[in-house]
Write a protein that binds this ligand. Structure first.
Ligand code: HPA
Length: 271
């Protein structure tokens, strides 16, 4: 794994991506607006980077974009890798390790998620305060490399207190509704049954999705401060469940993209 990280880092650096300060992962339906705000961009397709998996999901573009935003050097992943695509946990989290080795100090994550908290509405945002890993695997399983991080990383505060506090203040100032809650990561790719939504709600999850947690585990392993915002794309009321389709989920995410972009841009300006 260390060789893979180094080879990917060297390749990316040789393309002029030398000093990123902040990494951003753009989830389903969230890849466009944010990138349009970046200036002087350099773009690399994932499929040309050594050891990067290939994005198999149509709605995930698969590009690494480097540029200036609010006076900072930002490295954005337009599209991510998911466990359900068939890759293992180490493969899907390799880009996070690579971004850390390229020099980022902060990782800002986004995703589209189903909403089990019935006080909230689709289209709203949720700041992830904590998570439940139901992927039944962990990217830290296997040999531990002490140069990357400890064998048993602490998870008492997986989402940075500092970043979450700043985001809460920014949302308040901008009058953007930012719910706070627990995200459960499931394997997918099928959506949940009514009984599964009921179960997830009962165990304390407010939102459910198929990503983010592996990236957060790896970020914590490397002491990389991170935060994550879910765009709530569908209401998962087990007693009143309508069929969802991915086109609708993407459309809802795209509608909320402006709010997410505003929050992250303001956060970047304050870091
Ligand atoms: N379940 C899992 N993943 C999701 C959902 C959902 O309801 N909505 C968006 N991503």
């Amino acid at each position: 794994m260390l060789n893979q990280i180094n080879e990917a880092v060297r390749f990316i650096q040789s393309h002029g991506i030398t000093q990123p300060e902040i990494g951003v992962i753009l989830g389903t339906g969230l890849g466009n607006r944010f990138v349009k705000e970046m200036k002087n961009t350099l773009v690399i397709n994932y499929n040309s980077i050594p050891h990067f998996p290939i994005s198999t999901v149509e709605s995930h573009k698969g590009k690494l974009i480097y540029g200036d935003l609010k006076g900072k050097k930002v490295l954005a992943m337009q599209g991510r890798f998911h466990f359900y695509e068939g890759y293992d946990m180490q493969q899907i989290t390799l880009p996070v390790r690579v971004m850390k080795f390229l020099g980022i100090d902060y990782l800002l994550i986004s995703n589209a998620a189903g909403c089990m908290n019935l006080k909230w509405k689709k289209g709203e945002l949720m700041l992830i305060d904590d998570h439940i890993n139901l992927l039944h695997d962990n990217p830290l399983r296997g040999e531990n490399f002490e140069v990357l991080g400890p064998r048993f990383p602490d998870m008492s505060q997986p989402y940075s207190k500092k970043l979450n506090k700043l985001l809460t203040e920014i949302a308040k100032k901008k009058k953007i509704k930012l719910n706070k809650g627990v995200y459960a990561a499931v394997q997918g790719p099928s959506l949940e049954t009514r009984a599964e939504y009921r179960f997830l709600h009962q165990i304390g999850a407010d939102a459910v999705g198929m990503s983010t947690v592996p990236e957060v585990l790896v970020a914590n392993h490397m002491s990389l401060a991170c935060c994550a915002i879910s765009v709530l794309t569908d209401e998962c009321d087990p007693d009143n469940l309508k069929p969802v389709n991915i086109t609708e989920i993407i459309a809802t995410a795209e509608k909320s993209e402006a709010k997410l972009t505003e929050l992250y841009m303001e956060l970047i300006s304050k870091l």
